[in-house]
Design a protein around this ligand. Structure first.
Ligand code: AMP
Length: 209
């Protein structure tokens, strides 16, 4: 290895060390998207929302969007393989950011394992999962309210909302335990003003920077 390759290697290792990978976790309507956008600015991280990525594909009627549509309309999860491929592409497009805030991903244990694998390839790992705690009743209220203006079919229909909550409890909530066992999962109260909740999250992030 030439001297400049050696320097490049050490520079990239140094950069990787400073990178931080966060998972913002919680049920649909818990405020992940709102908070991730603020944190993205505040800490110069890149928000990666798989829901937003799917909606973009859907809006452009791409083959991926067409594949995802039926699942999304019914409040079901898009299959892991499709989701993980999309996420991998997104990561490859943005290799040089300070870190990622994963919003709405991982949503299954298989996705969590895939994420760990993808990060491992870069000598990285998840630094922290933070879950926003909000009760079901409040979630239904919030999503129906959001449905009036979001243009999202999955927010406007109470049955689809209930299905999303059911899917969250059955398939997604075990992801919290997956990271808790690695001592990487924390929970914060998701009720309060946007600013209050953001302060709770920021305090945790500051501590790991
Ligand atoms: P969200 O905007 O995160 O509420 O996601 C909206 C919909 O997109 C979900 O109900 C799923 O159908 C799909 N989706 C988003 N993220 C994922 C994911 N990580 N795994 C599977 N499906 C997802």
């Amino acid at each position: 290895m030439s001297w400049y390759q050696e320097v490049l290697k050490w520079l990239s290792i140094f950069r990787m060390k400073k990178r931080i990978n966060l998972i913002l976790f919680g049920p649909p309507g818990s405020g992940k998207g709102t908070q991730a956008k603020i944190l993205e600015e505040k800490f110069s991280l890149l928000q990666i929302s798989t829901g937003d990525l799917f909606r973009y594909e859907l809006g452009n009627n791409t083959p991926l969007g067409q594949k995802a549509r039926a699942y999304m309309d019914q409040g079901q999860l898009v299959p892991d393989e499709v989701t993980v491929d999309m996420l991998r592409n997104k990561l490859e497009k943005h290799p040089d950011v300070r870190g990622y805030i994963f919003d709405g991903f991982p949503r299954t244990i298989a996705q969590a394992e895939a994420l760990d694998g993808l990060l491992h390839e870069r000598n990285e790992s998840v630094n922290q999962l933070i879950a926003l705690k909000v009760e079901d009743e409040e979630i239904i209220k919030r999503l129906l309210e959001r449905g009036k203006s979001s243009g999202r079919a999955d927010d406007a229909n109470v049955e689809v909302i209930q299905e999303r909550i059911k899917v969250y409890n059955a398939e997604t909530s075990p992801v919290f335990e997956f990271y808790r066992q690695k001592d990487l999962a924390l929970e914060v109260e998701g009720i309060g003003s946007i600013e209050e909740i953001n302060n709770r999250l920021s305090e945790i992030i500051q501590a790991i920077l």
